[in-house]
Design a protein around this ligand. Structure first.
Ligand SMILES: NC(=O)c1ccc[n+]([C@@H]2O[C@H](COP(=O)([O-])OP(=O)(O)OC[C@H]3O[C@@H](n4cnc5c(N)ncnc54)[C@H](O)[C@@H]3O)[C@@H](O)[C@H]2O)c1
Length: 264
């Protein structure tokens, strides 16, 4: 690829949940645009294969574990001498639909807050100082449209993603006023075709005893632009926020949802 397209050339970039879906798409885009790309995932086999495919480095990680965050950020700093970009992407949607505020179990609530929320806290906590040492950096936290609207059927998930949004603002201001030159923004996908969304369709169809295509059409009807999002729609947003083109942007929320939010 020509030099002029190397928008993140040489930036040492860590992407969690990089074995599939959005994480893999983001990693591919970053690698193609010149980043030194490290992906992590709890799924070892898929992670190794994905890394080989896109010429990235792979490390096994459960993002909810504090000790592993310390090991991984230290390893990257010692090997590459810097950490420029962190994409806190790994997340789960829950065990199915029907998790309204009354039927959600405490165990499910806590599991989702742990994987979707604790992980983002830990990632920021351990990345900031290494970024500061390198003169700055960009943290991109994967939230969701679910953070911005009521989600009574995926209660725990919506709450976990709202926490990610709020925490992003605090990290952004903290980093700005302490002069670290670390930016922090959240990205809010609507409905992007990935394994997570496909399994949501299947679960909904099963629960409603309806054909998957009919369920899918119901989801599609809620998107004003009339199409599901593609992985690259999110990858290009992350690429922009990771690049120096976004050097004056911090604390922002970037919605990529085909207009879904307009319908409330
Ligand atoms: N796909 C969408 O429409 C959509 C919409 C809004 C937000 N999101 C968010 O985007 C992110 C990626 O979603 P996706 O659709 O690509 O999902 P996905 O299920 O396709 O991929 C998620 C990846 O995270 C990994 N993972 C899960 N738990 C982990 C853990 N504890 N530690 C490390 N890795 C773990 C999985 O193995 C998988 O590779 C998630 O945070 C999700 O909530 C997705």
């Amino acid at each position: 690829m020509s030099e002029i397209y190397q928008r993140v050339k040489g930036k040492v970039t860590l992407i969690t949940g990089g074995a599939s879906g959005l994480g893999l798409g983001i990693a591919r885009r970053m690698a193609e645009e010149g980043a030194i790309t490290i992906i992590t995932d709890i799924n070892d086999d898929k992670g190794q294969k994905a890394a080989e495919e896109i010429c990235a480095e792979f490390m096994t990680q459960d993002v909810a574990r504090e000790d592993r965050w310390q090991e991984i950020t230290r390893h990257i700093y010692e090997k590459h001498g810097r950490l420029d970009v962190l994409v806190n992407n790994a997340g789960i949607s829950g065990d199915g639909l029907g998790t309204d505020p009354e039927t959600t179990s405490l165990a499910e609530w806590q599991k989702i807050q742990k994987i979707n929320g604790d992980s983002v806290f830990l990632g920021c906590k351990y990345a900031i100082d290494y970024m500061r040492k390198g003169g700055g950096g960009s943290i991109i936290n994967m939230s969701s449209i679910a953070a911005l609207v009521a989600t009574p059927f995926i209660t725990s998930y919506g709450a976990s993603k709202a926490a990610v949004r709020q925490f992003t603002m605090s990290v952004a201001l903290h980093c700005a006023v302490t002069g670290s030159k670390v930016r922090c923004n959240s990205v809010h996908p609507g409905q992007i075709i990935t394994p997570m969304l496909e399994s949501l369709f299947a679960e909904a169809a099963n629960k409603m005893n309806a054909p998957v295509d009919q369920v899918k059409q119901g989801f599609l009807d809620k998107i004003p632009l009339g199409e599901f999002g593609e992985v690259d729609d999110i990858a290009y947003m992350v690429l922009f926020l990771a690049s120096d083109e976004a050097k004056h942007i911090t604390g922002g929320q970037f919605v990529v949802d085909g207009g879904m939010q307009l319908n409330g």
